[in-house]
Design a protein around this ligand. Structure first.
Ligand code: CP
Ligand code: NVA
Length: 325
């Protein structure tokens, strides 16, 4: 089966096949190599990208803006202070107007339904740059980083330790289920993942051979290639900080937990931003097992791969050689 991504949005990753995800990861690797060789291209010349932000961002904004701009495209940053996004005019009308002026839209905000409405009414590709429900571009960079240490991720084990219901854990559940990566969520019962998402992912995992596990037991990190964590309270949950501290303090990723993998080559991953001393100790995130900084850089390569595949080239099957021209 050929991979056709031209014109597609990326909202959850659930509607991307394993083959399509693999294409994006392999393509991102080529773009990173090209970047290391110092090659310059203008593959987004004449194109425009709307960057809609309801929440703060460092990496996602910079990855989209630099990946698009350095290739001759024109990114336009629009915070919700600047534009009507469901205020004064309907979201549908804003989407229609943006679709007349932009080649694609990146949306970061609260509701997943906003990303979906933008995609439905704009008629251009919409990239989910994080909602309360999913962070799909992050998951692409995470798996690219895992591959850089261990080669093919199939059959490898990634443990997410922390808030098992958050957007990052949810997107990792989806991508691991699709790619045959064993995924263990280690979280207290009160923060157990949404059973509805697990029900969707179980058959995907069965088909790919991935083992999905949810447990409160930190001993489950044994044998894992990678331990991943994220902030205890996500954006929009500031009022829950104290409660989360109480629930998640025993789940800090520190050297003792890294040692419990029983592997000298296990790596540490974090989407960032990190609160050192809370979800991760400073010695782990700043230490030799941390790949958090590569992971941040890989946001840019994976996002460029996504935008080139969905905006660049001709209609029809994706051909990375042609897209690289
Ligand atoms: N990982 C991530 O999405 O970072 P930002 O919030 O800085 O964009
Ligand atoms: N779960 C975090 C991820 C930040 C990149 C949040 O939503 O704030």
């Amino acid at each position: 089966m050929s991979v056709v991504l031209k014109g597609r949005s990326l909202l959850t990753l659930l509607d991307y096949t394993e083959e399509e995800i693999r294409f994006l990861l392999d393509f991102a690797k080529k773009l990173k190599e090209e970047n290391r060789r110092g090659e310059l291209h203008q593959r987004f010349a004449g194109k425009t990208l709307a960057l809609l932000f309801e929440k703060r961002s460092t990496r996602t904004r910079c990855a989209f803006e630099t990946a698009f701009g350095e290739e001759g495209g024109h990114p336009v940053f629009l915070s919700t202070q600047d534009i009507q996004l469901g205020a004064k005019e309907s979201l549908e009308d804003t989407a229609r107007v943006l679709g007349r002026m932009f080649s694609a839209i990146q949306y970061r905000g609260f509701k997943q339904s906003t990303a979906e409405t933008l995609a439905e009414y704009s008629g251009v590709p919409v990239y989910n740059g994080l909602t309360d429900s999913f962070h799909p571009t992050q998951a692409l960079a995470d798996i690219m980083t895992l591959e850089e240490s261990f080669g093919s991720p199939r059959g490898k084990t990634l443990c997410f330790v922390g808030d098992g219901r958050n957007n990052v854990a949810r997107s990792l559940t989806v991508i691991c289920s699709k790619l045959g990566i064993n995924f263990t969520i280690i979280t207290p019962g009160a923060l157990s993942p949404d059973p509805a998402l697990l029900e969707i992912c179980k058959p995907l995992a069965a088909a790919s051979g991935a083992l999905l596990r949810v447990t409160g037991d930190l001993a489950a990190v044994k044998g894992a290639e990678a331990i991943y964590t994220d902030v205890w309270a996500s954006m929009g949950e500031e009022d829950k900080k104290e409660e989360r501290r109480r629930l998640l303090s025993p789940y800090q990723v520190n050297q003792a937990l890294m040692d419990r993998t029983g592997r000298k080559d296990s790596i540490f991953l974090h989407c960032l931003p990190a609160i050192k001393g809370e979800e991760v100790s400073a010695d782990v995130i700043d230490g030799e097992r941390s790949r958090a900084w590569d992971e941040a850089e890989n946001r840019k390569h994976t996002i460029k791969a996504l935008m080139l595949a969905t905006l660049g080239g001709e209609t029809g099957p994706c051909d990375s050689q042609r897209l690289l021209l």
